[in-house]
Design a protein around this ligand. Structure first.
Ligand code: HEC
Ligand code: HEC
Length: 386
């Protein structure tokens, strides 16, 4: 984790007082939901891209617009559909001309709080992330950012809106700023768990409460999906924002041979640049965090995802290999999948059928009211006609 993200994360972990949103400088009308303190939300909004209602609306229009893809067939929402908590329900993403990607489409809810974007954290910010799908051949398929900008400039409504919001003609950086601002309104909390954490002990069923005890206790989930013993609101996303190898990567056959080679070359220190570029060329998406850091300890490591709304985001893991939450729990009972770089904290678990069900009930208590509201088509309303 970079120093900056570590600082951000600490701020998130220690800021627990919920306050109502101050509307400093008339910047925003957005108010963060219960469970995520408004100060935390504000902290994660970059100074050079304040959230304003007009910018959010522009970002929303872009997000749902298929014109962003090379053949007009795919929008951001094709893979991040509000009805499915901003996922697509598929094991791996499907882009233009039915091309299959290598990874599962993550939810965008609360993505603004991620220590880095993508399963391997390789993009520093939502802005840096937003321009990548546009030119990914397996996603939106454009040849260049200029191609996208050219297409948007030819649409008078967009030209006018960019002028109004940014006082400028359309550039790729401004497209990114608008889309990222929209994404910063995709915040989800207000779940039964948040009400429970706020003192309403009946907000979670007895089964879910027993599941929570297992989650923190015998099932050892909080080793990575963090919960503070002092304040249930201190880690609102149940992630340590770190990268771990749980063994999901082993599903990819090319993983172990390549991982073995790289580990030997790196001997647990940073692998030589040439090895990293070989790995990138091989395109082994299962090498995970290693592709960003070149650190052999990061081979096959992926970001601990937030568990909010996880009930609605199947299938699971970076490769979509677990169909249900029951499959996820079974995976952990085996201690994940063994491999050279598996996280040493993982160990096999004994959980009865009832206990497994309780753990799942707990995970379901993390589904937020906001998410259900966003699924109700409101966000896809009125796309731009052009
Ligand atoms: C073809 C499907 C597809 C399209 C289209 C697509 N995405 Fe994604 N998105 C994905 C996949 C798959 C990942 C994870 C990729 C990875 O980790 O390497 C992802 C990751 C992300 C992330 C990082 C979230 C996280 O938890 O790390 C954000 C943010 C995001 N997409 C936003 C967008 C935006 C904005 C657009 C439109 C400009 C878009 N996506 C278009 C499939 C898609
Ligand atoms: C060693 C750290 C670690 C532990 C312990 C751990 N997890 Fe995870 N969890 C992760 C990582 C990393 C991923 C992503 C793995 C991947 O996709 O390659 C993940 C993924 C998940 C997912 C899928 C989320 C999604 O959006 O796809 C669920 C659900 C989950 N974990 C629940 C649990 C539960 C329940 C436990 C306890 C039984 C647990 N985890 C224990 C690190 C951990």
């Amino acid at each position: 984790m970079s120093r900056r993200s570590k600082l951000k994360f600490m701020a998130l972990a220690i800021t627990v007082a919920a306050v109502s949103m101050a509307r400093a400088n008339g910047e925003t009308e957005f108010s963060s939901p219960d469970g995520i303190p408004a100060e935390v939300w504000r902290y994660f909004v970059p100074r050079d891209n304040p959230v304003t209602p007009a910018k959010v609306e522009l970002g929303r229009l872009l997000f749902f617009d298929k014109k962003l893809s090379v053949d007009g067939s795919v929008s951001c929402a094709s893979c991040h559909d509000p009805k499915l908590a901003f996922t697509d329900g598929k094991p791996v993403a499907e882009g233009v001309a039915g091309r299959l990607g290598k990874r599962n489409s993550p939810t965008l809810l609360n993505s603004m709080f991620n220590a880095g974007q993508f399963w391997d954290g390789r993009a520093e910010s939502l802005e840096a992330q937003a321009i990548q799908p546009l030119i990914n051949p397996d996603e939106m398929g454009n040849k260049s950012h200029d191609q996208v900008v050219g297409r948007l400039r030819a649409i008078p409504q967009y030209a006018a809106r960019f002028k109004k919001v940014f006082g400028s003609e359309i550039t790729i950086d401004l497209v990114a700023k608008a889309v990222a601002s929209f994404e910063r309104t995709l915040v989800s909390a207000n779940s039964p768990f948040d009400r429970f954490a706020g003192g309403d002990l009946d907000a979670m069923s007895e089964e879910a409460r027993r599941g929570f005890a297992l989650f923190r206790g015998k099932a050892r989930c909080t080793v990575c999906h963090s919960v503070s013993q002092f304040s249930l609101q201190a880690f609102p996303f149940m992630t340590d924002q770190m990268f771990h190898n749980t063994g999901v990567a082993v599903n990819d056959r090319s993983f172990e041979p390549l991982a073995g080679l790289l580990s030997r070359a790196g001997k647990n220190v940073t692998a030589p640049e040439e090895m990293i570029s070989i790995a990138r060329r091989e395109g082994s998406a299962s090498l995970g965090r290693f592709l960003s850091t070149g650190d052999s300890l990061d081979i096959g490591a992926f970001r601990t995802p937030s568990l909010r709304d996880v009930e609605l985001t199947a299938p699971y893991f970076h490769d979509g290999s677990a169909k249900t939450l029951a499959d996820v729990v079974k995976f952990y009972m085996k201690g994940g999948k063994n491999n050279l770089n598996r996280d040493w904290e993982l160990q096999s678990l004994t959980l009865t059928e009832t206990e497994q069900q309780e753990l799942i009930e707990f995970l379901k208590s993390l589904t937020s009211d906001n998410t259900r509201r966003m699924a109700a088509a409101e966000y896809a309303r009125a796309t731009l006609r052009h």
